[in-house]
Design a protein around this ligand. Structure first.
Ligand SMILES: Nc1ncnc2c1ncn2[C@@H]1O[C@H](COP(=O)(O)OP(=O)(O)OP(=O)(O)O)[C@@H](O)[C@H]1O
Length: 310
């Protein structure tokens, strides 16, 4: 097991930031820690890294007890924190070289690793740039290169795409998948459910310091009763017709905002067909009609009663 956290409790004064958290990360996974702001993701990461003291619990990394002095463990971990931490006085190349040098003393070996990292995050054209001259997205990519250049076995990324342009975001996500394919185990925290769905092999959803669900994205979606959401663009529909749609088999709710009818149903075959049949029989004129499978936001919504997004 790469990381094992048992019954972790962390309090800040009276606030319980982590409430008996249990977590296991297996070799080769991209493990996603998904939760709204303030759910405890960063606190969990900081405890795993022994950056924070905690009130109760056990943490093992690479099957060894983690502690602030566990340097043999730390050398195999690459960390990319939420706030960019690079030296403004050093160029892109020299920043990466500096951080890589903390782990790799051999100059020749380090040169190869630094060049690879620069190439990997797509900063080849910016090697001699100072951080102040980089856009937010490029700066994040530099931050990532500094954390991963020494090819650690475990890479922990805490919300690496916050406030990043779509091009850099895609580059970052592709890079994480590539690092994983090269053999690194990854812990990825985010409050963007789409990203977590896209790259993570297993996901834990946190809320208020507690695990509310975990599994693959399909397992998570199977935990809830929502089967699909059907949306119909309708120009004119009566209250009675909306009630009749709601009374169709497997339909759990119908909401109309004056333009779109949102129909939620439980898991069952032919829901869309039945809705379409009704609309045709009633000669209701409609524009677009489409069906969507549940998202991780729906999972969060059904379990907690609130949206994942702020
Ligand atoms: N140093 C601190 N002192 C007091 N409270 C803190 C401290 N750090 C975090 N908290 C609180 O602990 C809870 C968990 O915060 P944490 O930063 O771990 O959440 P998060 O899921 O990482 O959120 P975000 O995405 O906003 O970073 C929040 O209520 C936060 O306000």
């Amino acid at each position: 097991m790469i990381v094992k956290v048992d019954n972790l409790v962390k309090r800040y004064g009276n606030l319980v930031a982590l409430d008996h958290l249990n977590l296991q990360v297996n070799a080769g996974e991209i493990f996603g820690l998904l939760g709204p702001n303030g759910s405890g993701k960063t606190t969990a990461i900081n405890c795993i890294l022994s950056l924070l003291k905690y009130d109760k619990g056990d943490i093992h990394v690479f099957d060894k007890p983690m502690s602030p002095e566990a340097y043999d463990i730390k050398k195999d971990i690459g960390v990319v924190m939420q706030d960019v931490a690079v030296f403004n006085e050093l160029t892109v190349h020299d920043n990466i070289d500096y951080f890589c040098g903390l782990y790799i003393p051999d100059k020749k070996e380090r040169k190869k690793l630094v060049d690879e990292a620069i190439e990997f995050v797509g900063l080849s054209d910016y090697r001699k740039f100072y951080p102040k001259k980089l856009s937010g997205g490029l700066l994040r990519r530099l931050n990532i290169a500094c954390g991963i250049a020494h090819k650690p076995k475990l890479i922990i990324l805490d919300e690496p795409t916050v406030a990043v342009d779509p091009q850099s975001r895609n580059k970052i996500l592709e890079g994480i998948v590539a690092l994983n394919k090269q053999g690194a185990t990854v812990i990825y925290t985010s409050h963007y459910m789409e990203e977590v769905e896209q790259i993570c092999s297993r996901i834990m959803i946190l809320d208020k310091g507690k695990t509310i669900a975990q599994g693959t994205k399909d397992e998570l979606k199977n935990m809830i009763s929502l089967g699909e959401k059907i949306t119909v663009e309708v120009f004119d529909i009566t209250e009675t017709q909306l009630k009749e749609i709601e009374a169709l088999p497997h339909i759990t709710s119908v909401i109309y905002d004056g333009k779109l009818v949102e129909i939620r149903s439980t898991k069952s075959k032919n829901n869309l067909e039945k809705v379409l049949e009704y609309i045709k029989t009633e000669k209701i004129s409609f524009g677009k009609i489409y069906s969507e499978l549940p998202t991780l936001n729906d999972v969060f919504l059904e379990i907690t009663g609130k949206e994942l997004r702020d």
